[in-house]
Design a protein around this ligand. Sequence first.
Ligand SMILES: C[S@@+](CC[C@H](N)C(=O)[O-])C[C@H]1O[C@@H](n2cnc3c(N)ncnc32)[C@H](O)[C@@H]1O
Length: 301
Amino acid sequence: MITELKDAEKHLKVKGLPNPRTEAEYIFCHLLNCERIDLYTEDAELNQFQRQGLNKLISQRVKGEPLQYALGQTCFYGFEFKVQKGVFIPRPETEILVDAVLNKLRTTNHEPRTNILDLCTGCGNIAISLTKMLPHYKMFASDISEKAIHTACENARLNNVSCNIPNEDSCLRTSSGSRPFGIEFRCGNLFKPWEEESESFFDIITCNPPYIKTKELKDLPKDVKNEPKRALDGGKDGLKFYETICKEALFYLKEKGCIFFEVGPDIANAVRQILSKDFYDVKIIKDYNGLDRVVVAWIKY
Ligand SMILES: C[S@@+](CC[C@H](N)C(=O)[O-])C[C@H]1O[C@@H](n2cnc3c(N)ncnc32)[C@H](O)[C@@H]1O
């Protein structure tokens, strides 16, 4: 086993992949359905079928396909998520945003009636992780990509979170007309899917929008270029989504409502300035590398 693992590592290294040992470990854990430690303590061998799988995964990686697409899954906030080409791959730094929301709710007296909206939800990682941690809150999530919303619904089921089936049943409601707990997913441009909701409907809005500057897209690593451009392109200065969302959020947020944005470290101050117009107590939270990563603000009334 160790020999096969080392061979795979060598192969990935020769092809110039940056973390060959870690990637080889992920691939073997996936094929053997085991934990990393088992690779070194158990005496498992790959069977013929698994060996074919190994060759296929290595060749996908060598062609620049992200490992998460090749495996069809990733881990976020300790939960498993399916991902596929056409859907953004969750990043570990986005867990800072989930932590920030949980910390806020621990320190304020929000009731279980709290409505949380996750815009640009992608595969649903933020919405689903929050729902797992806060099962009595009402979660709403949307994305412009149908493929993302379809994947997010699959991920809700994978994580035992109830959700609607968008298009077939665009609203999640009980026979009495009230909304049960779980996530209501909708597909559409930013707030468009929520237009029929009343003013001041949401207590909290979370969003990790596309924020790469258009001119920087061409310099991204090969595997990031495999992700959908629509999930990355934040316009000329990377701020396009923050500007629109901040304006429209004023209608949808409740009094004392707040907004949590993930940001690129280079635009954190610009996002703070955009928010300062209509929000107060704007705070920047750093990630584990000491980089500005989340901006939080409360609505001014
Ligand atoms: C950076 S990804 C974030 C995905 C996920 N929330 C996460 O944190 O990993 C941005 C997401 O915004 C979506 N998106 C892009 N333009 C949009 C728009 N106009 N309205 C709604 N969603 C949009 C993309 O499809 C993509 O899923």
